[in-house]
Design a protein around this ligand. Sequence first.
Ligand code: SF4
Ligand code: MG
Length: 328
Amino acid sequence: DKAILTVDNLHTHFFTKSGVVKAVDGVSFNVKPGETLGIVGESGSGKSITAMSIMRLIKDPPGKIVEGNITFKGEDLLAKSAKEMRSIRGDRISMVFQDPMTSLNPVFTIEKQLVETIRAHRDVTKKQAVERAVELLDLVGIPSARSRLRSYPHEFSGGMRQRVMIALALSCDPEVLIADEPTTALDVTIQAQILELLARLQKELGMAIIMITHDLGVVAEVCDRVMVMYAGKPVEFADVAELFEHPKHPYTWGLLSSIPTIANKKERLDAIKGIPPDLRALPAGCSFAPRCKHAMEACQHVDPGYVEARRNHQVRCLLYEEKEVAMK
Ligand code: SF4
Ligand code: MG
């Protein structure tokens, strides 16, 4: 399959008084139609900034995409004008956030918000837009959709509000849906329902999904491929089954052991000791070295490159460098 969206060597930096924050520092991946790509990492790893860069929502100043390319169906997104991007956002590429209240306006009814979004991108009558709104609420599993149109966001439960936000994101049939921690604020049962909903919608609508999460459990549920990020860089990239069966990066090992199960619920929070590095002053060698149980002397001064540790499985870690040399 041909990629619908390609991100190539993306660098997004923030120029602050206290230094340059290299929030995204060399990220490359692509997404194919109908595929779900997971981007996983702790907060501050650059996942959301990667998504905001694709949407061209980085506030400049202080943020700037300083290097790289983003291509959507052969079109160079970084060359688009602000006006062209407004017509792409919400229409061809859409985003769902963790907190529905950031996308839903509390003072307007759901109907008004859906109708306005639809009419911003489509030349339809108000009546047609209302019918589409009902269809969308139905699609995302809101019971008695028509009678809920006049409700305000606060009249929905957290899970239902997230469904409304997904309806809003889908209102113009996007080809790519970026979901940034869409279930993080929800309890486990509701979270599972929303993930099921996204998986079903993807089957029915055939869009590509980029699922941003700190939780490999979510990745296991819905993703086809996964990119693990740490300190602004991808550190591991593989198909989901491959990643779970043959995880290679010590950071991924930590994330895997932090997947909550009934047995390890208590340990999950301290599965990876330490905190991510200051992005203004990254360690000279591997960014993960200060937290890595497997760090060697070389890790303190050599920044590992990306190597193919197994077929279609890349990792950025010195544990595999020699292997890579041997393979060539
Ligand atoms: Fe750990 Fe070294 Fe690999 Fe970095 S390069 S993850 S410090 S073993
Ligand atoms: Mg985030």
